[in-house]
Design a protein around this ligand. Structure first.
Ligand code: PLP
Length: 435
């Protein structure tokens, strides 16, 4: 353990000390005159719906950013996943392998197309779906794999594409956390068959709500277009007319595209700043006993962070719980050091057995039960290990960001007192981490 200078080391905030550290990070979302002007232009143009000039420009620019041949705005990231599955003709009788450690939509949309989500555990060093677990979950009914690029890591697309090719499976990339990131020089969302994105307000590119789908396949693009737009054919569609589909309205508005174009102007700079700061955190936190940065795969050639995540090892902190550490760090820094998603086998937001329309048969209903799955890596991460910082807290300079490792060191210097503090807390005082 680090020694501390009793005279000069300030007492941690949870032990009654004053706030020593804070980072001057912006409120999210960031907006300014360009957003005002963009909205005024849409207002005055009278073109408020879909397929306006802002949407056309945004679709082209965002698809390019992800190195995809085609891109389409849709209502949100959940709808993007649903339409991806429908475009791949996935439905009753099909199984889809999905990560058990993700936002609920990644699995819920599989249920919404009446297919069976099969949950797999996470890679302990990236928290993205474990390729070995994916391969082990394949059955003759498996039609597709949905991977998620979670927080600041990317799924191992080399291994996943290889597994998918061997078993003739489709791959959908859920890129809600990874706008701008690249795997081996290719934008995420253009590596698998279809990529899906969210522009919901917490995301690193946002219009409050909104979503996007990317693909390199023109037939899939035609289908995605029709599915988004009440079954209408895309002008210039290459697919024969007999392929028209029944669908609904899953479009996005011109207001959102206009905002997204304005947000895009700041995006590259923000991405660079976060990456620089993440590099500082990786190297400094990685030198502190009991703290492990996530694995950085060399195939990740460009990275946008939705959050910065690191691993806390309770045993190396004499059993001080990760929950206590998250709380102590949050108080120390004045912003959240939070828990990751609650794994889907224990999430209150993933309840596939609650809607009549999903009660296709007793067998299907029983198989939907998330309690059928054990996800030990994800459960351990959620309860005992993962610490997540929001992306906007990395929008600062390297000098400020280095207050984070200093705060961790300070806590380490007060370990006996922190252990006493945790023991003194009434049972259940903090409640469960939010979902
Ligand atoms: C990993 C992941 N997938 C899908 C979604 C769904 O996106 P939306 O909220 O835009 O529907 C989210 C949103 O939080 C997400 O984090």
């Amino acid at each position: 353990m680090l020694s501390r200078d009793e005279q000069t080391t300030p007492t941690p905030v949870v032990l009654g000390g004053q706030v020593e550290s804070s980072i001057d990070s912006p409120d999210w979302p960031i907006w300014d005159q360009p957003e005002r002007d963009a909205l005024a232009r849409v207002l005055e143009s009278g073109w408020w719906a879909f397929e306006g000039p802002a949407e056309a420009e945004f679709e082209q620019r965002f698809a390019e950013l992800q190195t995809a041949r085609h891109g389409l705005c849709v209502a949100n990231g959940t709808v993007a996943l649903q339409l991806a599955l429908e475009a791949l003709d996935i439905g009753v009788g099909d199984e889809v392998i999905v990560p058990g450690f993700t936002w609920q939509a990644t699995a819920a949309t599989v249920v919404d197309v009446n297919a069976m989500p099969v949950l797999v555990d996470a890679d302990p060093e990236t928290y993205c779906p474990d390729p070995g677990g994916i391969e082990g979950a394949i059955t003759p009914r498996t039609k597709a794999i949905i991977v998620v690029h979670l927080y600041d890591s990317l799924s191992d697309m080399d291994r996943i594409l290889e597994i998918a090719a061997r078993h003739h499976l489709h791959v959908v990339e859920d890129c809600a956390h990874s706008h701008g990131s690249q795997w081996n020089g290719r934008g995420v969302g253009s590596v698998g068959d279809i990529g899906t994105f969210s522009f919901q307000s917490s995301k690193t590119l946002t219009a409050g709500e909104g979503g996007f789908v990317t693909t390199n396949d023109e037939v899939l693009f035609d289908r995605l277009y029709s599915l988004r737009n009440c079954g209408r054919r895309r002008k210039g569609a290459i697919t024969p007319a007999t392929h028209d589909v029944q669908s609904g309205n899953y479009r996005m508005t011109e207001w959102q595209s206009a905002i997204l174009l304005a947000q895009l102007e700041r995006f590259e700079e923000q991405m660079k700043t976060k990456e620089q700061n993440a590099a500082v955190l990786d190297s400094t936190l990685g030198r502190i006993p009991g703290i492990k940065p996530m694995r950085r795969d060399r195939q990740v050639t460009r990275r946008n962070l939705y959050g910065y995540v690191f691993r806390y090892v309770e045993e190396e902190w004499q059993g001080l719980s990760c929950r206590a550490f998250r709380k102590a760090m949050s108080d120390e820094m004045g912003f959240e050091f939070g828990a990751p998603y609650r794994p889907l086998n224990m999430s209150s937001l993933y309840r596939p057995q609650t809607k009549k329309r999903h009660h296709l048969s007793e067998q299907y209903w029983d198989a939907l039960d998330p309690g059928n799955y054990a996800l030990p890596v994800a459960e351990h991460a959620y309860r005992h290990e993962a610490v997540r910082v929001l992306h906007q807290n990395l929008l600062t300079n390297p000098r400020e960001i280095s207050q984070i490792p200093k705060a961790v060191q300070r806590l380490r210097g007060f370990l006996p007192e922190l252990l006493d503090w945790e023991r003194s807390l009434p049972e259940g005082e903090w409640g469960a981490p939010p979902e």
